[in-house]
Design a protein around this ligand. Structure first.
Ligand SMILES: Nc1nc2c(c(=O)[nH]1)N[C@H]1C(S)=C(S)[C@@H](COP(=O)(O)OP(=O)(O)OC[C@H]3O[C@@H](n4cnc5c(=O)[nH]c(N)nc54)[C@H](O)[C@@H]3O)O[C@H]1N2
Ligand SMILES: Nc1nc2c(c(=O)[nH]1)N[C@H]1C(S)=C(S)[C@@H](COP(=O)(O)OP(=O)(O)OC[C@H]3O[C@@H](n4cnc5c(=O)[nH]c(N)nc54)[C@H](O)[C@@H]3O)O[C@H]1N2
Ligand SMILES: [Mo]
Length: 723
């Protein structure tokens, strides 16, 4: 038998890299993966892309001490020592002059699957050692759920860490009522990597067992094609109204949906997208209330669950002990802001805001430090962010590519990709722990984030605190050994590091599953929830006591600020949903083969109903202009009967490319929906992102739409060598 090639992993799956003459030429799926992701084919082109950051670069005007404009000015390349001195001097100055709260190190973003070199975590660890920073609490994924679930259920585990398994569903569930359906495209992904993709096949087995699935969704195609699947189209952001009506009808007249779900075992699910909307707390609270009214919470295959179809691991058996992961030391200061309130923080230093029943004040930020995230992909109302982003004195970014955020920085440091270093992938809901072996040399002058930060720590006198005296190889072994001890305490024997590294992966045995709330149902007195009453709170005295009209004390239908029922008819305004992209992970892999192949004349496809296209004289493949009062963009039209009339879909992640970055609000040429999304919180309770509540106008574009390569490099820098 020929020896196996080394193994590697990514958020979209484990694979075996094929390397020739020092270059990655292919990524073959891990042999134990029954349902590998097509995204693997994007990796070689991305790793050797011409828009890799090859050397440290500094914005010219910043270096010269002139104001200039971030995103518009050219860069100059400098050597590593100079760059590290500049960053260290700036950190020292800001700590001295403005204090730790003036350093924004939230650095939200998925970074890499590798758990040691997870850039965001390493940055937070570093800034905790240098004196502290302003961080972020909660996330863009399920901010509203994070706010509401602890009040209703005692904690937020149900949002992803606790769900009935596919096996339980196949055995017990008669009806699966899915708000947001089950978009198979999303379950390619799991933070920390996937060894064996199981969710799509899991749902297939549930359908094969005879379960009926109702896809409540503006989009038909986000559920399997199967005779047991029915589509209930719904206007975006109106689920709460439907759910509350169903609860009412349960005790009144009987209609077909009520009929269906009140017979046999019913599981009600909600995708995370549902709560990423104005008043996003409400649909989740309403789903819990409906499940409570049906009386099956705690029974196998009954009750409610979240995140099915949002991420790969939901529906797998959860493990109670840790997988290898690096933990940052605690931040010595406390000035975190809700993740999605980034622009508000930059625009309104010193002003107050409400969050979960308390009042806080936004800090004044002088230095933004970002590694492993892409706010000019992920944040709402990018034109507003682009202005707010000009305010701090300095912006430092580590990335492997010239992303839109790197272009908006003053100092850009080139980071290695995972293929250029050793690491370990381990999703928390995943069976496999995978060795990510270095397969190629660092491209250009790229360095590991941990090495960059260790060199800065040396300059700032905190090398020992930051590294604990361990180099990258020693730290990797230490991280693994910690997980191994934790597993041993739970009776699970992991091999020693050398054996694991030689084998390339370790598979955890699948444990027993207990339906969520089974113990609580059986004996609520001995197993109370951590809510004030010990029960599921359909009415919350705590929330009512906050006095928030945007989140009252019980689930309520509250009109979103923009929705199809609000203003002009759908012949004029369309509800734009920005789902997760099938062709990449957020903005990652946008210049890879799969994403590039999906574009229309280089722009992101925007899917709309045939009727809406016809009214506007738009044909499949046309360039379209999409706009509202916050911004305008160009995209390519895709027509489909799978999207209900009045709704258009533009996936997230096309790299933000303003026609002229020196002009505020300049048209975006590549199709990033966040130039159109509104940037206000779900409510004062959770302050989550509301990216799914927006109306737009769409027209066929004129003949002379400008074009700028979204994946180029800024003036003054050396491009990578390319494929
Ligand atoms: N309109 C709209 N907006 C949304 C959403 C939506 O539904 N609609 N969804 C939101 C959600 S749920 C999320 S999670 C966010 C995602 O937002 P992000 O997590 O910020 O998006 P990514 O594209 O994954 O950004 C990761 C960045 O890290 C870089 N990176 C990867 N590996 C490394 C590394 O080893 N070192 C360094 N230094 N950098 C690295 C990548 O190149 C990339 O630039 O977007 C949010 N934005
Ligand atoms: N391929 C791929 N997969 C991913 C990601 C990626 O970037 N690429 N990102 C990952 C991340 S970070 C996250 S947080 C998850 C996010 O997962 P989600 O946020 O759940 O994903 P979406 O695709 O935005 O939406 C899921 C479904 O909800 C439906 N929906 C949207 N609004 C409404 C509504 O108001 N009512 C109803 N009934 N349905 C609605 C959409 O039509 C879609 O079918 O995805 C993860 N998976
Ligand atoms: Mo997310």
């Amino acid at each position: 038998m020929s020896p196996r090639r080394p193994i590697h992993s990514a958020h979209w799956g484990a694979y075996r890299p094929r390397v020739e003459a020092g270059r990655l030429i292919g990524a073959e799926p891990f042999e134990a993966d029954p349902d590998p992701s097509p995204l693997l084919t994007s990796i070689p082109g991305v790793v050797h892309a011409t828009n890799r950051v090859t050397r440290p670069a500094v914005r010219k005007t910043w270096l010269e001490g002139r104001p200039g404009r971030r995103g518009a000015d050219p860069f100059v390349e400098i050597d590593w020592d100079e760059a590290l001195d500049l960053v260290a001097d700036t950190l020292r100055r800001v700590y001295r002059e403005s204090g730790p709260a003036a350093i924004f190190g939230g650095s939200y973003g998925w970074s890499s699957a590798g758990r040691l070199h997870h850039a965001k975590t390493q940055l937070k660890h570093f800034l905790a050692c240098t004196g502290g920073y302003t961080g972020q609490v909660s996330n863009y994924s399920y901010g509203a759920a994070d706010g509401i679930l602890p009040h209703v259920l005692g904690d937020a585990r149900m949002v992803e860490k606790h769900a009935s398994t596919w096996t339980e569903l196949a055995e017990h569930t008669d009806t699966l009522l899915m708000f947001g359906g089950f978009p198979a495209k999303n379950v390619q992904l799991e933070s920390g990597g996937v060894g064996a993709h199981s969710a799509r096949l899991g749902l297939e087995s549930v359908l094969a067992s005879g379960t009926q699935l109702i896809n409540v969704n503006p989009v038909r195609s986000d559920a399997p094609e199967h005779s047991a699947v029915s589509w209930l189209p719904i206007r975006p952001n109106t689920d709460t109204a439907l759910i509350l009506a169903v609860i009412g009808r349960l005790v009144e007249t009987i209609e077909s949906l009520v009929q269906r779900i009140s017979h046999g075992r019913t599981l009600i699910t909600g995708t995370w997208a549902l709560q990423r909307a104005d008043h996003g707390e409400q649909p989740y609270w309403a789903i819990i209330a409906l499940a409570a009214a049906l009386g099956q919470i705690g029974l196998p295959g009954g009750g409610f669950g979240f995140g099915y179809g949002s991420t790969g691991g939901v529906g797998s058996v959860a493990r109670s002990f840790g997988t290898p992961a690096f933990q940052a030391r605690p931040n010595p200061i406390d000035s975190d802001v809700p993740a999605a309130r980034l622009t508000d923080m930059l625009l309104h230093p010193g002003e107050g805001y409400e969050f979960n029943g308390a009042s806080y004040t936004y800090p004044k930020i002088d230095l933004i430090y970002w590694a492993g995230g892409n706010p000019f992909h992920h944040h709402q109302d990018l034109n507003r962010l682009a202005e707010a982003w000009q305010r701090p004195g300095t912006v430092v970014v580590h990335d492997s590519w010239w992303t839109p955020t790197a272009r908006m920085a003053d100092i850009v440091l080139p980071a290695t990709t995972t293929l250029e270093r050793d690491d370990i992938a381990a999703g928390s809901k995943e069976r496999f722990v995978v060795a990510m072996k270095r397969s190629i040399d660092p491209q250009g002058q790229a360095r590991n984030d941990r090495v960059i930060l260790a060199d800065l720590a040396k300059r700032l006198g905190v090398w020992q605190e930051y590294t604990d005296g361990r180099d990258d190889a020693e730290a990797l072994r230490w991280m693994y050994d910690k997980a191994r001890s934790s597993a041993a305490e739970h009776g699970c024997a992991m091999p020693d590091f050398d054996t694991f590294w030689a084998a390339g992966f370790f598979e955890f045995p699948v444990g027993e599953s207990i339906p969520p709330f089974a113990e609580f149902r059986h004996d609520p007195v001995s197993h109370p929830l951590s809510t004030p009453s010990g029960r599921i709170e359909i009415f919350s005295e705590t929330i009512a006591s906050f006095g928030y009209d945007d989140c009252p004390g019980h689930p309520s239908w509250l009109e979103p600020y923009e929705w199809l029922g609000s203003t002009a008819p759908a012949t004029v305004l369309l509800h734009l949903l920005s789902p997760q992209p099938a062709t990449r992970l957020h903005s990652q892999l946008d210049m890879g083969a799969v994403s590039i192949d999906s574009k229309i004349a280089g722009r992101e496809p925007c899917t709309m109903n045939l009727r809406d296209a016809e009214i506007r004289g738009i044909q499949d493949g046309d360039l379209i202009r999409v706009w509202n009062e916050r911004g305008e963009l160009y995209a390519g039209a895709r027509l489909s009967a799978d999207v209900m009339p009045g709704v258009a879909l533009l996936a997230t992640g096309a790299w933000y490319t303003p026609a002229d970055p020196s002009v505020p609000g300049s048209p975006e040429l590549h199709g990033n929906p966040n130039v159109l999304a509104r940037d206000v919180g779900t409510s004062r309770l959770a302050q989550g992102a509301t990216a799914q509540s927006l109306l737009v106008r769409i027209e066929k574009a004129g003949p002379d739409v400008p074009w700028v390569d979204p994946h180029g490099v800024p003036a003054g820098v050396t491009a990578g060598v390319g494929e």
